[in-house]
Design a protein around this ligand. Structure first.
Ligand code: UD1
Length: 369
């Protein structure tokens, strides 16, 4: 049987981390992998510290094509990507298109492929916040409904799909992001140097990230989050906040609140080192909620919903939204947790399971249904 030609489309920071796991697992299988992968970068993230650093750090092969779409309002950005992907897929003629997560790049690629009757593989399928005001919820729902193979990180995700009538092609593989954490933590690294560089060696500190539209585009919510961070810092916990360019812009590129340290966006390994050493994490990122859990650091989530309810049920994650006093209270309630941490979202071999499921489907005829 001939090799399956796979086009993987990525564009945003967390997708580089996820795609690296599958690309690495394919490379490790060598010539007999049965899959030949081409990577396409939409250009959704384009700053060096939002894109190139991840390719370098994670050893991701250079993309076969870069669409250079950049930032634009959602509809325009998605359309730009689709316009460029359409002829590219005609040229590449892949047997399947693989997409990750829930960004505009995910949806653009899924729509273009599905309309060409190219089977879509969706990794991170079935997640739901049940909040259709989030662009990510729209992206993930629509992608799931045009996908042929749906790789779920959890039983809950598969149940969400079943509730929407999607049963065929569903696999529970675990989360490739856990693979990425296991890989990063196994690398030789000097955690002390990272902590020194950030001035928190031997000190308690909080690691915060804020980038979701619901927080950055709402002045009152953003101000309330920043006020909470300042209060946490005043209470004796240094706060490090790697700043997404969108948040920097929303803050008018102004100074950080007193006691809060704004730093540039970080690479994956450096972020994980800080996440592991932090007393608590505060975030509106989906990825960081899980990473904190896997690293044994409590998480205060600056959102009203989460796609990762298992971390909340385990007691390690608390949803507080953007209310200052709720955030401050949650931080003091979450420090020094002494709770069991049951394994969640797989065993670090999700990328292998994704590859196996794709190959199995291909060997059975690669049907589109
Ligand atoms: C996107 C995803 C989000 C994901 C996040 C990861 C969508 C709808 N959202 O959000 O799900 O969690 O990526 O980081 O796809 N910008 C830069 N430089 C860059 C990239 C962005 O300055 O390299 C600025 C631009 O002002 C841009 C803004 O950030 O308008 C938002 O970028 P965009 O890619 O639209 O959304 P994210 O907030 O990054």
């Amino acid at each position: 049987m001939r090799n399956l030609r796979l086009t993987t489309v990525v564009g945003a920071r967390p997708q580089f981390v996820k795609a690296a796991t599958v690309s690495r697992a394919l490379a490790a299988r060598g010539e007999d992998a049965g899959i030949v992968e081409q990577l396409v970068h939409t250009g959704q993230h384009y700053d060096r510290n939002m894109s190139d650093v991840f390719f370098e750090e994670l050893g991701i092969p250079a993309p076969a094509a870069h669409l250079e779409c950049g930032s634009a309002p959602h509809g325009v950005q998605t359309a730009m990507m689709m316009e460029k992907l359409d002829p590219l897929l005609d040229l590449q003629q892949p047997d399947a298109v693989l997409v990750y997560g829930d960004t505009n790049s995910t949806l653009a690629a899924a729509l273009v492929a599905a309309k060409k009757h190219i089977p879509v593989v969706h990794v991170e399928a079935g997640l739901r916040s049940f909040d259709m005001r989030m662009p990510e919820e729209i992206n993930r729902r629509l992608t799931d409904h045009v996908a042929t193979l749906l790789m779920c990180p959890s039983q809950t995700a598969a149940a969400n799909l079943a509730a929407e009538g999607i049963a065929a092609g569903v696999e529970i593989t675990g989360d490739v992001m856990y693979d990425a954490v296991v890989w990063q933590r196994g690398r030789v690294e000097d955690a002390d140097a990272v902590l020194d560089r950030h001035g928190v060696s031997g000190k308690p500190f909080a690691l915060a990230t804020v980038h979701r539209a619901e927080n950055t585009d709402d002045e009152a919510r953003l101000a309330s989050i920043m006020a909470a961070l300042a209060e946490i810092a005043a209470g004796g916990l240094d706060v490090i906040l790697p700043l997404h360019p969108r948040t920097a812009r929303a803050m008018g590129d102004g100074p950080a609140p007193s006691g809060v340290r704004f730093v540039k966006p970080l690479g994956h390994g450096e972020l994980l080192t800080l996440a592991a050493a932090a007393t608590v994490g505060l975030t509106d990122s989906g990825g960081l909620q899980k990473e904190l859990y896997w690293l044994g650091t409590p998480c205060v989530t600056l959102r009203d919903t989460t796609e990762w309810p298992e971390t909340v049920e385990a007691g390690w994650n608390r949803l507080v939204g953007a209310d200052s006093s709720a955030i401050v209270a949650a931080v003091s309630g979450m420090t020094g947790l002494d709770l069991a941490r049951p394994p969640l979202y797989g065993e670090g071999d999700a990328a292998e399971k994704v590859i196996d499921a794709v190959l199995q489907w291909w060997r059975q005829g690669g049907s589109h249904e």
